[in-house]
Design a protein around this ligand. Structure first.
Ligand code: FES
Length: 145
């Protein structure tokens, strides 16, 4: 596929998640709740996670922000549902490498997340893309303590 077509496809995937967010809302009280914001712009996310038997059995997010931060949150919740905590952290580390333009394990199927790889070319937007992922990692790490 030519580069331009791929860019267009990625843009469509991002806008689809922005306009039709997956897993929007909040889980019941008693779920892990993490609030995080991007101080430079004020965008904010509230992430709720249900952890059962070492797996993320459910995940939802709420918040306000740009198309990149909100679509990334939507993709992240979609990606980690049903995964073990370890797998969720690993995905986060792969995503972080992708944002930093580093090599990452391409054998892992990232699904829609791949659409965000172009963000690496725009350093100012990397914080937008990683906001939800940082919230997820923070929640899991605090839960493990
Ligand atoms: Fe605030 Fe993107 S502009 S997170």
């Amino acid at each position: 596929m030519a580069f331009n077509n791929l860019d267009t496809l990625y843009r469509q995937v991002i806008m689809d998640h922005y306009k039709n967010p997956r897993n929007k809302g909040a889980l019941d009280e008693g779920s892990l709740t993490i609030n995080m914001n991007n101080p430079t712009c004020g965008d904010r996310i509230q992430l709720t996670l249900k952890v059962e038997d070492g797996n993320v059995s459910d995940a939802k997010f709420d918040g306000e922000g740009c198309s990149i931060s909100m679509s990334s949150a939507s993709m992240m919740t979609q990606a980690i549902k049903g995964k073990s905590l370890e797998e969720a952290i690993k995905l986060s580390s792969i995503f972080s490498d992708m944002m930093l333009g580093k090599e990452y394990d391409e054998d892992i199927d990232l699904g829609d997340i791949e659409a965000l790889q172009g963000v690496a070319k725009f350093p100012a937007r990397i914080k937008c893309a990683t906001l939800a992922w940082k919230a997820m990692e923070k929640g899991i790490r605090e839960d493990e303590q």
